[in-house]
Design a protein around this ligand. Structure first.
Ligand code: PFF
Length: 456
């Protein structure tokens, strides 16, 4: 059967941007910045995005388009040997990420519905903040919305590339961008917002630890959808004529823009209303309803915001499921339908512990379940709640490790082919090819390994 392809370069850019822009920007980035000291986190994050992130993205694009295959197949075809292990790791990371991503995606759908039905209409910020706690500790609703989010993801992936993915990203992303800017303007003009601006934009280096650096690195990979083969898989549906370096720059800038504006939307409001910047995964859900309460037609804004965020989350979720499905289709000869439905169900089950983890299971950690002793005191992973542990495992360990392998692969194993691919028909010469290969060979592997070793 002929392989499905994106119809246009614009379709590919939108799909890649749709993958990158999602909960990582609007839900995760503000609370990570809040937990990790604000400005210093922002600077580290931007540094990682513009060097390693951009280079790894281009590496995934070139490998995907050159191979026209899923992550496992791509490494097998272009490299052989042990390289396909990287593809398997990517598929595994997809499982882990989508399991908790779908839980949070479910929260956004629930909040869109709450906005419509008047559930967010209190005006006291403290009451609105407490509402999140009440919502999250009610497992039936949380699990139900997790199911709904997964069903929608599966439904889009079933439509295949042109039918589902390309169309879903087209109109709604620009709309979300406009809305986020409006909300950021409202947030930074709240009385008392200046303390939040200061926190977010003025780095306080005294607070930086290896945990901060590792968190910023992980956030760069997660937000740009790198290290598990999502961008690689999308590029495999690309015809020969797109300018890959230009596309990588566009997608990276768009994604980073969304994250920074989301920070401006959440953190000033956190300080204006006297919330705790270190509150963790509930931060966006606690803070924004209080912002909406300060706006004319606040419930309309609230509904639009959470609905568009749910859609942005779906276009990302699709890109997490697609590599898993593409692997089963290309390498195992399973039909798209069976592969998608089966994997959707398995990943939904895997997400159940995360769905319970901020509510009934909020005290469950690996350390407690396995009664780990004081030897484990320094190991972050085992002391987090389940959702936090899944996220940490994927973002701070699996994605950076996967990113190193793809950088090494492009830098050492297939560099000539990759440079040719990066400067292929559509783009002409790629003047920064030397720098790019240098980063892939030395800078990215050394920096990531250094951070991983010190961070763990
Ligand atoms: N980049 C997405 C976000 O920021 O929400 C999440 C994501 C998508 C991570 C695809 C990894 C991935 F492969």
């Amino acid at each position: 059967m002929a392989r499905d392809h994106f119809a246009t370069r614009l379709g590919f850019v939108l799909a890649a941007a749709g993958s990158a822009v999602g909960l990582g920007n609007i839900w995760k980035f503000p609370f990570m910045a809040g937990q990790n000291g604000g400005g210093a986190f922002l600077v580290l994050y931007l540094g990682f995005v513009l060097t390693i992130g951009l280079s790894v993205m281009l590496a995934e694009f070139t490998v995907g388009r050159a191979a026209q295959r899923n992550p496992v197949g791509a490494f097998r075809q272009l490299g052989g040997g042990v390289w396909p292990v990287a593809g398997f790791m990517g598929v595994a990371a997809g499982f882990v990420i989508l399991s908790f991503y779908s839980v949070v995606g479910g929260w956004t759908i629930a909040y869109a519905i709450k906005a419509l039905t008047g559930g967010l209409s209190a005006s006291d910020p403290q009451v609105l903040g407490a509402a999140f706690g009440a919502f999250i500790s009610e497992p039936v609703g949380v699990i139900g919305f997790h199911a709904l989010f997964m069903v929608l993801t599966v439904w889009i992936v079933l439509g295949g590339i042109q039918g589902g993915i390309e169309r879903a990203a087209r109109v709604l992303m620009p709309l979300l961008a406009i809305l986020v800017v409006i909300l950021a303007v409202r947030a930074v003009t709240l009385p008392g917002a200046d303390k939040g601006l200061q926190f977010f934009l003025a780095p306080d280096w005294s607070k930086v630890t290896w945990d901060t650096v590792n968190a910023a690195l992980g956030q760069a990979f997660f937000s740009l959808s790198l290290g598990m083969g999502a961008m690689l898989t999308y590029a495999s549906y690309l015809q020969r004529s797109a300018d890959l370096p230009k596309t990588a720059v566009q997608v990276t800038l768009m994604d980073t823009g969304f994250a920074v504006i989301a920070g401006l939307m959440v953190l000033p409001a956190v300080f204006a209303f006297g919330f705790d910047a270190g509150a963790g995964p509930g931060l966006t859900f606690i803070t924004l309803p209080a912002v909406f309460a300060q706006m004319p037609a606040g419930t309309v804004f609230a509904f639009l915001f959470f609905a568009l965020l749910a859609i942005a989350a779906l276009t990302s979720a699709v890109s997490i499921l697609e590599p898993v499905v593409a692997y089963l289709i290309d390498e195992r000869g399973i039909g798209r339908r069976t592969a998608t439905l089966g994997m959707g169900a398995v990943i939904w089950l895997l997400g159940l512990p995360s769905a319970l983890s901020l509510g009934p299971w909020k005290d469950v950690t690996i350390a407690k379940v396995l009664s780990l002793g004081p030897d484990w005191a320094e190991v972050n992973l085992v002391h987090k709640d389940i959702l936090g542990a899944m996220d940490y495992l994927a973002s701070n360990i699996m994605l950076p490790a996967g990113g190193v392998i793809i950088a090494l692969f492009v830098g050492w194993a297939v560099s000539e082919r990759a440079v040719r691919e990066a400067s292929a028909e559509g783009g002409g010469a790629f003047p920064l090819a030397g720098l790019w290969i240098f980063i892939c060979r030395f800078v990215a592997p050394a920096a990531v390994l250094w951070v991983l070793i010190n961070g763990l």
